[in-house]
Design a protein around this ligand. Structure first.
Ligand SMILES: NC(=O)c1ccc[n+]([C@@H]2O[C@H](COP(=O)([O-])OP(=O)(O)OC[C@H]3O[C@@H](n4cnc5c(N)ncnc54)[C@H](OP(=O)(O)O)[C@@H]3O)[C@@H](O)[C@H]2O)c1
Length: 402
């Protein structure tokens, strides 16, 4: 039985805590720590009411300060830290794990607070120090990044000699009944979707204006949805780990209503991360906006419909071209009934628990800093079916991805 410290008590942290509590044979002792302790307590109480057993411990922690995380790790002595706070906390938490010799896992790559830019370089730079310390960091173990990398590795292992074209297709065809809300942390989400588009083609990155390229893609059980080419962090590690890729792109659905709100938010300056002085106080407009938008964890109750995330792959097997599509559809309502939050948090939290489980059982092990596609995908794919995210596959179909 292992001890796990979960940092961050938002929508994703809630799901990770629920899912770990369902597997007490592996996660014997669980602590949930976050900036606002009462959120941790509310989650721990809800889990105790639902499953009974050994109550989850809680703590207040500001993970921007490695010394606070180090002190908590020294007190609780976890075998693994699951970081589902914000990408800003990745490096300070990695520092604390390095200092204390504890394994690390996260679901989103580091972003500096003052530049809306995400890339792996900062975290990959810890590789040697993690190797020397004999510990493992698993980066980007949510759904996307996360399962999308595992789907790609699974396809490459079982069905292709070489994969050439990868399109990650991400639809949220759910309806939460709010005029405008984001499905995960609004600040991080708006920073991500307002970036310039970027994809990999013939050995180089091609950049586009935001949302300049789109197509109507058919999603299983959902139908056609307008999907926009955006840059997404797993592309960076996937083109490195699968060098046969000639092209790699990421598509995400946005409704016209969402994009109209987003345009207004940008046009009036509310998406800015430059601090402004207001009544003698420095405030960041995007952080203020986050404070007035519905928190993602509040969307669950009336959320209907599905998410559908998958990989559409074209490549070569035995000298012949073939296509492959692997995906998961997740119901917002089913996610809410199980964990009290919606499918976007659920599809992130379940893979984080599975990655943690494989690490703690020694099924995925190593010294250094890794992305998920570097490990054997089979045990992870098996667990997805058991832990609430069943997947489906189709072969030799029209992928609709010219
Ligand atoms: N890979 C994927 O598929 C995927 C998909 C969605 C999200 N994500 C990632 O998952 C993470 C969590 O997302 P979410 O939707 O759960 O966000 P959220 O609802 O905003 O939750 C974030 C939590 O982190 C806490 N936190 C923030 N700063 C902290 C600090 N300095 N120290 C300790 N705790 C801190 C927050 O505390 P307060 O409650 O006090 O604000 C909050 O409880 C994000 O990094 C996001 O990018 C990954």
């Amino acid at each position: 039985m292992s001890k796990v410290l979960i940092i961050g008590a938002g929508g994703v942290g809630r799901v990770v805590a629920y899912k770990c509590a369902q597997h007490r044979d592996v996660f014997g002792d669980i602590m949930l720590a976050s900036r606002t302790k009462k959120k941790c307590d509310a989650i721990a109480d809800a889990i105790y009411r639902k499953y009974g057993g050994r109550k989850i411990k809680t703590a207040r922690l500001d993970a921007d300060y490695p010394e606070q995380t180090i002190a908590l790790i020294q007190k609780f002595k976890p075998d693994l830290v699951i970081n589902v706070a914000l990408p800003y906390q990745d490096l300070p938490i990695m520092d604390a794990c390095l200092e204390t010799g504890v394994h690390y896992l996260d679901t989103a790559n580091y972003e500096p607070k003052d530049v809306a830019k995400f890339e792996y370089s900062w975290q990959w730079a810890y590789r040697e120090r993690y190797q020397q310390k004999g510990i493992m960091a698993l980066l980007g173990c949510g759904f996307d990044p996360g399962v999308t990398g595992i789907f790609t590795a699974y396809a490459a292992k079982h069905y292709f000699d070489e994969i050439h074209y990868l399109d990650i297709v991400d639809a949220n065809a759910g309806s939460h009944g709010k005029a405008f809300a984001t499905n995960f942390n609004p600040e991080i989400n708006i920073r991500e979707v307002t970036q310039r588009g970027k994809y990999w083609e013939n050995g180089q990155w091609v950049e586009t204006e935001p949302h300049a390229i789109w197509k109507d893609i058919n999603y299983p059980e959902i139908g056609p949805r307008r999907s926009y080419l955006i840059y997404h962090e797993e592309l960076e590690s996937l083109v490195k780990n699968f060098p046969t890729l000639k092209r790699a792109r990421f598509w995400m659905t946005f409704s016209e209503q969402y994009l109209t709100h987003l345009r207004v938010i940008q046009n009036i300056g509310m998406a800015s991360i430059e601090p402004i002085r207001y009544k003698g106080v420095d405030i960041v407009p995007l952080q203020f906006l986050k404070a007035v938008l519905p928190p993602p964890e509040s969307l669950g109750e009336n959320y209907t419909g599905f998410t559908s995330i998958g990989c559409r792959i074209r490549g070569i097997k035995d000298g012949r071209e073939r296509t492959y599509y692997v995906w998961n559809n997740c119901s917002h309502q089913a996610a809410y009934e199980e964990t009290g939050t919606q499918a976007v948090s659920y599809t992130t939290g379940v893979p984080a628990m599975i990655g943690a489980r494989l690490m703690l059982q020694g099924i995925w092990s190593g010294k250094g800093v890794f992305n998920v596609e570097e490990f054997d995908p089979d045990p992870f794919m098996e667990r997805l079916n058991l832990d609430g995210l069943p997947w489906h596959e189709q072969f030799d179909i029209d992928l609709e991805m010219d």
